[in-house]
Design a protein around this ligand. Structure first.
Ligand code: F3S
Length: 423
């Protein structure tokens, strides 16, 4: 990489040993991916490593070194969700022991470290930091140092910001240094599409299955989706944000997509249209049958495939305010059908702390409580990482959670029937 005089002097240690090491790491990262220069990070960071796993000792040592060197991020940063919430996600003694003493034993210490280097506030823990209630919402053209795949793909695609799919620790290094190497999705060329996805379904496809199908097909390439604006419209409103959040998370976890374009809808697709297509693009047609094929291909990882589910997680990525309202109403309608007062499977919905604050003042919140649904701000995946908790038959409408755990995926229309006991 070609470095400026200022960058060279940081690398030579003129601003301290720790900053030099951070610079060296980012230079090596850039060199590896063919970057020629750094570009300034223009807004707040978002960190993927939000869990204080005892085994990650080097992370805590690095954090101590950063604190000792007096380094702080120029903008306050947000974090992925916390792993534990005993108040809303109750656990037995054994699970608590595993969570608190074995798995996430360093949570408190780690959060204290984060606070010293620029953590936004106590509500900063969510993977949907870009929602307006949370406020870490990049603008078009902003350069980011984020790593959470569902947030990176949303920021790139729906907001038109620029961020590579970094890894944990590289996100904090870029945020601290205020610079990231320019390559991949930070360049105009890297944002062009290699795939045209033709959506030919008879109705709006389930976001999480469409995203999964595209992710598995294009892997880390950039898809340009045509035919979806027919159902979603041409403007990004709150419902479209909810849809694209779930769609993007599935593309990013079932494949490795960091950016997608939706014709006539997402900002770059609106601005540049088909000029975003590379030569020799490949085409993937998705109709009702293809979606059903993908849905049916998901393996059931439970020991007993016919087991009765013991837990349901809805909200990975965290639910938007609109989604919480809509789930409350859906559950109400389905409980009426089954003649029940409460859900028959323990159900946890997850959302950002700031979204919860807003939702907790609504009638729908009272309804959900009455129906026996709990709301938390944890990451369901970190819950299922506990070998005992995660081995139970868990159902979810998240394709990301399905991919990284043994949880079984159901479409929204099916999962609501299951938790409400509708036959
Ligand atoms: Fe968010 Fe955790 Fe799912 S970070 S996207 S709730 S795996």
């Amino acid at each position: 990489m070609k470095l400026t005089e200022e960058e060279k002097s940081i690398l030579e240690g003129k601003e301290g040993k720790t900053k030099a090491k951070i610079m060296q790491t980012l230079v090596e990262f850039g060199d590896l991916f063919g970057a020629e220069e750094f570009v300034p990070v223009t807004t707040s960071g978002h960190l993927v490593t939000s869990f204080g796993i005892g085994l990650l000792k080097p992370v805590y040592r690095i954090m101590d070194e950063i604190i000792e060197a007096g380094l702080k991020t120029p903008y306050p940063f947000t974090m992925d969700p916390r792993p534990i919430d005993y108040k809303n996600v109750k656990c037995g003694l054994l699970n608590k022991l595993i969570f608190s003493k074995i798995m996430y034993s360093k949570q408190k210490t780690y959060e204290e470290q984060l606070a010293k280097i620029g953590l936004k506030d106590k509500n900063a823990f969510t993977c949907t930091c870009y929602l307006k209630e949370v406020g870490n919402t990049p603008k078009y053209g902003d350069i980011l140092s984020w790593a959470e795949s569902s947030a990176v793909v949303f920021a790139n695609s729906v907001l038109g910001a620029r961020c590579n799919r970094n890894s944990g620790m590289l996100d904090i290094f870029g945020a601290l240094l205020g610079k990231v190497p320019k390559f991949g999705l930070l360049t105009d060329e890297g944002r062009k599409a290699n795939w045209v996805i033709e959506v030919k379904t008879s109705s709006l496809p389930e976001a999480q299955i469409l995203g999964s199908a595209i992710g598995m097909k294009v892997m880390e390439d950039v898809p340009f989706v045509v035919g979806l604006d027919k159902f979603l419209g041409k403007e990004i409103n709150d419902d479209v944000i909810s849809y694209l959040k779930d769609f993007g998370a599935a593309t990013a976890s079932n494949g490795a997509v960091g950016l997608y374009h939706i014709e006539n809808l997402t900002p770059e697709a609106k601005k540049f249209g088909k000029k975003l297509l590379n030569e020799n693009v490949k085409t993937y047609v998705i109709d009702d049958e293809e979606l059903e094929r993908v849905y049916k291909s998901y393996p059931i990882m439970w020991k007993d495939k016919d087991a009765k589910p013991s837990l349901c997680f809805i909200g990975c990525p965290h639910l938007t305010y609109n989604q919480l309202i809509s789930w409350a109403n859906r559950i109400e309608e389905n409980l009426k059908l089954s003649n029940r007062k409460k859900v028959c499977i323990r159900t946890i919905m997850t959302t950002a702390p700031d979204v919860f604050d807003k939702f907790s003042k609504t009638e729908e919140y009272i309804k959900l409580k009455k129906f026996g649904v709990n709301i938390s701000s944890i990451c369901p995946l970190m819950y299922t990482n506990n070998p005992i908790a995660g081995s139970k038959p868990i159902i979810t409408n998240s394709n990301k959670l399905r991919t990284y755990s043994k949880s079984r995926y159901y479409k929204d229309e099916d999962i609501v029937k299951i938790i409400c006991g509708v036959k």
